[in-house]
Design a protein around this ligand. Structure first.
Ligand code: 26Q
Length: 814
């Protein structure tokens, strides 16, 4: 490691002023807040660049196995504070700006976060690149530089309206275009098979191509002088492509063609389940993985290494099935372009790829119709067919001619249309397949990929997700971070298990008091943010009860809402004295996929309940519903540190892991949750006394499903549930119009795929335990501190170490 670089406050101030003048062309007096933000970003960036260059040189000098993380999404969040923290420049920068009379907070708020992901999967990728850099693993993250990230959500009359997220318009100071490293990516056309001195070979004659231009984001490790690369590809029309058309004099057509090519990296698809099978989405996937695979191979060959070295030098981690088309691409390059024999190429591919699955919902498993795939990537389809043939031969060898089994395991599905099952391709090709929490990995083995786990038991493993403590504790919660550091030193930031040393402090009354003061201050900060951002506020002295995540029926935002409606109905009907209501704010944050009608109706209903409940004087302000629009990483950083209660209430067996659950526990919120995903591990670690468990466990869900679930029975049997649903059905939240939320009510009564009604009674009882526990603040704070002390396991640093041990078999660079 090189020695830590330092810079004085005066030098930093001068660097800032130089950037303002040279890059933005303005004086300090004339500058806008955005000019000053960009100048500051460039100043911070300078300090990272020197480290970055050294790091790349070091990685080049000692070639060792490099991790290539392939992900269609990176939900990065704001970069400025992260860069300042990693390079230990926060104090210097704030001192320098102070000396110039510049307000750092104002500059911070200028940054538009790069929202290049939908939710959990994209945020996980961002945490992982942070941890890879902090641990010092030779690695690179590959993805797409979408011009528009996840849409900006607004509410109009309580309903979601999507606005484009133009995160690039005011400048993108954190990434570098690297046009000299561009790749040409081809599509369409046909294949040819020919005789090459007695050997049958194939080649692909594509119909069109685009340029993939990399933009490198700097990913600084935490105070270790390391800076990794996140290489995101941007699509640009090739000259050859439109020159031909220009020369034919068809200007309009040339421009249209250019637009077509550049559409590939235009926008992130906002669906995070039930993929629609759109051609452009497949173009995106192939575009970024082909560029990435070529980037790796080019470097290998430039170093004079043979391609047979690939398995020793490269591992490609597939973040879900979105990058799986990399498998046939690598085989195509090895066989068609480098004349390698099939068996040798397949043997290399099998050692280079590993696959992480992130779902359990059958409808979220990606499949691509064969005719679409064959039109866009004809050679890849041939390769997939060959992989499948050889794979099914192996299945026959193991299990005999069991045609049902063959049909079930085939990479090619025949119904409803002939399609490629991407998860099966990934499982067959990958050296390892992992789920993202213990329960999830078990269910993958036992259910979703059961036949495969019988055939390849050694492939299946688990890596429980984690979150980066830098962003989600150290930066997001400076109050708590300070308190922790005062107690146990600051070693926890890069070694989160050390939070265990806090355990004794849970019994220290003065520590508990200070902990409570931090939580109260975080609530005031959140309140100020929400007033400014959304014109709403959280109740003074309220229990802050938070459910923030994408809107999905399986996550069951409706269950939380039924609890709110139950409390409300209790008071207005006079059955519950308002003075008995423990003051609460139910805070929701959720985006719905634009085409997911039921999710959008639920958003509308949450807002509608909020407008009624928040203005009803009978509640005396003791119950509030707050739903700030456009929940994103930046807002998460404010909401999570202020939460008392974390809602993790998915139907057991449906949430692969969850990562928000970890962030809340680490920030001292107590969880109300089902036995699902990583909740299981959280509860095991914090202990039953400090976790509000409710609901059916997965085996009970399965049993109820096979017995025939009838939601109406639960409605009939529970008067409280009936009153809550009837109140919604009556039009009480829609100005008397019963039709507005009728689809939500009918769905619950007659379908209720995710068993909201079956878990309602148990959930309400758990919420009553929450109320009782909150009444004893001392006991609550003790539990909250123990949640912090016992959840250090959920650092993404630990996840990455697990990947290194169980999957990558690579080591950090010394
Ligand atoms: C696929 C094809 C076409 C269009 C969109 C998609 C697509 C995009 C995003 C499918 C799925 C996603 C995202 C899934 C996701 O975020 N899954 C979550 O992953 C987290 C990290 O492992 C887990 O914690 C969550 O439990 C899981 O829901």
């Amino acid at each position: 490691m090189t020695e830590t670089r330092t810079v004085s406050t005066t030098d930093f101030a001068q660097q800032f002023l130089d950037h303002l003048v040279r890059d933005l062309g303005v004086s300090l007096a004339e500058s806008s807040a955005n000019d000053r933000y960009l100048a500051l970003a460039h100043t911070v960036r300078d300090h990272l660049i020197a480290r970055w260059i050294d790091d790349q040189a070091a990685q080049h000098e000692t070639p060792s196995k490099t991790v290539h993380y392939l992900s269609a999404e990176y939900l990065l969040g704001r970069q400025l504070d992260n860069g300042l923290l990693a390079a230990d420049l926060a104090e210097t920068a704030s001192g320098a700006l102070d000396s110039l009379g510049v307000d750092l907070d104002e500059l911070r708020s200028q940054e538009v976060e790069p929202g290049l992901g939908n939710g959990g999967l994209g945020r996980l990728a961002a945490c992982f690149v942070d941890s890879l850099a902090t641990i010092g693993v030779p690695s690179i993250g590959y993805g797409i530089r979408y011009e528009y990230g996840i849409f900006r959500q607004t509410f109009i009359e309580g309903q979601q309206v999507e606005q484009p997220d133009s995160w690039l318009t005011l400048g993108s100071p954190w990434d570098f275009p690297r046009p000299e490293l561009a790749q040409t990516i081809s599509f369409g056309g046909a294949t040819e098979h020919y005789d090459d001195e007695g050997v049958r070979r194939s080649r692909w004659i594509p119909a069109w191509n685009v340029r993939a231009v990399p933009h490198d984001f700097l990913v600084p490790g935490y105070r270790n002088e390391r800076v990794n690369t996140l290489r995101l590809w941007s699509a640009v029309a090739t000259q050859a492509f439109d020159l031909r058309i220009f020369n034919s004099g068809d200007y309009e057509e040339a421009v249209r063609a250019q637009t077509y090519a550049e559409n590939i990296s235009k926008v992130l698809y906002p669906e995070d389940s039930t993929p629609q099978g759109k051609e452009l989405r497949l173009q995106q996937q192939y575009f970024f993985v082909a560029a990435s695979v070529h980037d790796v191979i080019d470097r290998l060959l430039a170093d004079g290494r043979p391609l047979s070295d690939l398995p020793h030098l490269a591992i490609f981690q597939l973040n879900d099935t979105h990058p799986v088309i990399a498998v046939p691409e690598l085989i195509r390059v090895l066989t068609d372009e480098h004349a390698m024999e099939w068996d040798a190429a397949w043997a290399i591919a099998r050692r280079c790829f590993a696959y992480t699955c992130h779902t359990l919902l059958p409808e979220a498993l990606e499949v691509w119709p064969v005719d679409l795939l064959g039109r866009l990537l004809p050679r890849h389809l041939e390769i997939i067919y060959r992989i499948n043939e050889e794979f099914l031969d192996a299945v026959r060898e193991q299990f005999g001619d069991d045609e049902l089994r063959i049909r079930n395991m085939s990479i090619i599905a025949e119904h409803p249309v002939r399609s490629v099952r991407m998860a099966y391709l990934a499982t067959v090709a990958g050296s390892r397949v992992n789920g993202v929490a213990e329960l999830h990995s078990q269910l993958l083995r036992d259910k979703v990929l059961h036949d495969f786990s019988e055939l390849f038991p050694e492939k299946f493993t688990n890596v429980t997700n984690g979150v980066t403590p830098r962003r989600f504790l150290r930066l997001a919660n400076p109050g708590l971070s300070g308190l922790i550091t005062e107690a146990i030193g600051d070693g926890w930031v890069a070694d989160l298990e050390r939070l265990r040393e806090l355990e004794p402090y849970a019994d220290d009354a003065s520590f508990r008091e200070r902990f409570a003061a931090v939580k109260a201050a975080n609530k005031r900060t959140l309140d100020a943010v929400l007033r400014e951002r959304d014109g709403v506020h959280v109740g003074d002295g309220h229990l802050i009860d938070v459910m923030v995540k994408r809107l999905h029926e399986y996550k069951r935002q409706m269950l939380k809402l039924l609890h709110v409606v139950t409390t409300y109905e209790g008071v207005i009907s006079g059955r519950v004295a308002v003075s008995d209501v423990v003051p609460r704010t139910a805070l929701f944050g959720a985006k719905a996929a634009p085409g997911y009608a039921m999710a959008k109706r639920i958003i509308h209903l949450i807002n509608a309940v909020g407008s009624v409940v928040n203005t009803d004087p009978r509640l005396e302000g003791r119950l509030k519903v707050v739903f700030p629009a456009n929940y994103n990483v930046t807002l998460a950083e404010r909401v999570i540190p202020a939460a008392d209660l974390s809602e993790q209430i998915s139907l057991a067996g449906k949430e692969a892991s969850g990562t928000g659950n970890m962030k809340f526990a680490l920030n001292g919120a107590l969880t109300i949750g089902t036995d699902d995903g990583a909740n299981v591990e959280i509860r095991e670690l914090v202990g039953d006394d400090h976790f509000f468990l409710f609901g059916m466990a997965e085996p009970e869900v399965a049993a109820l499903e096979s017995a025939g679930y009838r939601p109406g029975d639960f409605y009939q049997a529970d008067a409280g549930l009936r009153r809550a649903i009837d109140l919604i059905a009556s039009g009480a939240f829609s100005g008397g119009d019963r039709s507005v939320f009728e689809p939500v009510v009918s769905n619950l009564l007659y379908e209720d795929r995710f068993m909201v009604l079956a878990d309602y009674a148990s959930y309400i009882a758990a919420q009553e335990r929450v109320d009782a526990a909150y009444a004893d603040q001392d006991r609550w704070n003790r539990s909250a501190i123990l949640n912090v002390a016992r959840t250090g396991y959920f650092s993404s640093d630990r996840s990455i170490r697990d990947y290194l041990d169980r999957i990558w078999h690579a080591e950090p660079l010394a």
